[in-house]
Write a protein that binds this ligand. Structure first.
Ligand code: URA
Length: 207
């Protein structure tokens, strides 16, 4: 399933992020808010268990998320999305995966991977604001499937290229992909057009 979430607040905030004059603090705030808005849609079908609770007045029926949720930011830009999601799902665990591109072979290489112990019983939400070539997302999901076998894998990005969506959905047709915008294309340097530039640099103010 591939879904680009269409909502006026998402359009407005994403436009603010795209503008080159938007500074890191505002960029980060908008990314957090956008992640939270998208989370509403991403988690829509999550199952709940019924529980009994006491209100100050009487006993009543309440609900609790049925499955563990594990948030997995792909370093480094994915970190910009993890706090927003964690604040909405405070019981979620967090795993981290670091991937870089080997400049000679252009292959995605994993340099760091640390997952929580309950990952096998988790619905995982892999985070990266930019789905560009799709190589990092594919590498992260390859590792999750091979070494951790979670209950379900969801990939959540902000902006995607048609090339990245095609590559990821062909390699991993069983995962759900969510985003805020399907942009026009990739340029010759692997940047999304019109995109928003280097998401990591804009989040962390490194350029
Ligand atoms: N990564 C980014 O940060 N931006 C792009 O446009 C592509 C990949």
């Amino acid at each position: 399933m591939i879904k680009f979430i269409d909502h006026p607040l998402i359009k407005d905030k994403l436009t603010r992020m795209r503008k080159s004059e938007t500074q890191s603090t505002k960029f980060r705030d908008n990314l957090t808010e956008l992640t939270q808005l998208m989370a509403y849609e991403v988690t829509r079908d999550f199952e709940v268990n019924t529980i009994e609770i006491d209100t100050p007045i009487c006993k009543t029926k309440g609900y609790k998320l049925k499955n563990n949720i594990t948030i997995i930011p792909i370093l480094r830009a994915g970190l910009g999305m993890s706090d927003g999601l964690k604040s909405l799902i405070p019981t979620a665990s967090v795993g981290h995966i670091g991937i870089y591109r080997d400049e000679e072979t252009l292959e995605a290489k994993t340099y760091y991977c640390k997952m929580p112990v309950n990952i096998k019983e988790s619905i995982t939400i892999v985070l990266d604001p930019m789905l560009a070539t799709g190589s990092s997302a594919i590498a992260a999901i390859d590792i999750l499937k091979k070494d951790y076998k979670p209950l379900k894998i969801i990939f959540l990005c902000l902006v995607a290229s048609p090339e990245g969506v095609k590559k990821l959905s062909e390699k991993h047709p069983d995962i759900d992909i969510y985003g805020a915008s399907l942009d026009e294309k990739l340029d010759g340097n692997g940047y999304i057009v019109p995109g928003l530039g280097d998401a990591g640099d804009r989040i962390f103010g490194t350029k």
